[in-house]
Design a protein around this ligand. Structure first.
Ligand code: 13P
Length: 251
């Protein structure tokens, strides 16, 4: 089995102003020194330039929360992969449940974004996850299989060699409810097996992050599970001390 390096990625969502993100960023940059985990920050797009300037020389990777699937043109309000590349972004979150639910992003669009990110040389963080009613109806695996298969179909299994998957149960996002480590592990294992149906080696190397109310108190237990390779952190990534504790949580 491959030793997969833990990745902890902050998703700041639509939070912060220059006044609040500057000290947050400074504390994180200082606090992660010497940490063996890979750390990434996905700020709101307007702050990407600010972070790019400050992360220069730091080990922290820069990411974006969303991107257009299209190259360029008359698409008011959209941001292209080449714009993100200009600021040395390395990761882009695609298919976050908030994008799927609030901005009607469908599986096919998510797959197109995944491809656009990879084609530009960045790494997509593909989010998958079920709603509460889907879990209660025992549909978790069906939903996740559908979300994964849409991307495998369009991008091919090989593409996952250069991608990260994030399992984010929608019922655990921003609610303070976390999947238990066992509940999360069960779905992470399912995701890996689903990829392994196409290619064992790819399934073995792809990192699968857990997202959904990860905090300073539960990160370590979650990251100890065999198929959990880190976290995509929302609320707790806005508090430097909590985020740093999560970055230091080891397998
Ligand atoms: P919370 O950590 O705030 O639950 O958010 C999780 C998430 O959506 C990360 O992308």
């Amino acid at each position: 089995m491959t030793e997969r390096q833990i990745l902890v990625a902050a998703n700041w969502k639509m939070n912060g102003t220059l006044e609040t993100i500057r000290p947050l960023m400074k504390s994180i940059i200082e606090g992660v020194q010497g940490v063996t985990t890979e750390v990434a920050i996905c700020p709101p797009s307007v702050f990407i330039a600010e972070l790019a300037a400050n992360l220069d020389g730091s080990e922290i990777k820069l990411g974006a929360q969303n991107v257009s699937q299209l190259e360029k043109g008359a698409y008011t309000g959209e941001i292209s992969v080449s714009m993100l590349k200009d600021f040395a972004c390395q990761y882009v979150i695609v298919g976050h449940s908030e994008r799927r639910a609030l901005y009607a992003e469908k599986d096919l669009l998510v797959a197109e974004k995944f491809i656009a990110v990879q084609a530009s040389g960045m790494v997509p963080i593909l989010c998958v996850g079920e709603l509460l009613e889907e879990r209660e109806a025992n549909d978790t695996e069906t939903v996740i299989a559908r979300q994964l298969d849409a991307v495998i179909e369009l991008a091919g299994i090989e593409a996952f060699k250069n991608a990260v998957v994030a399992y984010e149960p929608v019922w655990a996002i921003g609610t303070g409810k976390t999947a238990t480590p066992e509940q999360a592990q069960e779905v992470h294992e399912f995701i890996r097996l689903r990829l392994a149906r196409h290619d064992n080696q790819t399934a073995d190397i792809v990192r699968i992050l857990y997202g959904g109310s990860v905090n300073a108190g539960n990160a370590e237990q979650l990251f100890k599970m065999a198929d959990i390779d880190g976290g995509l952190i929302g609320g707790a990534s806005l508090v430097a001390e909590d985020f740093l504790t999560i970055c230091k949580a080891m397998r």
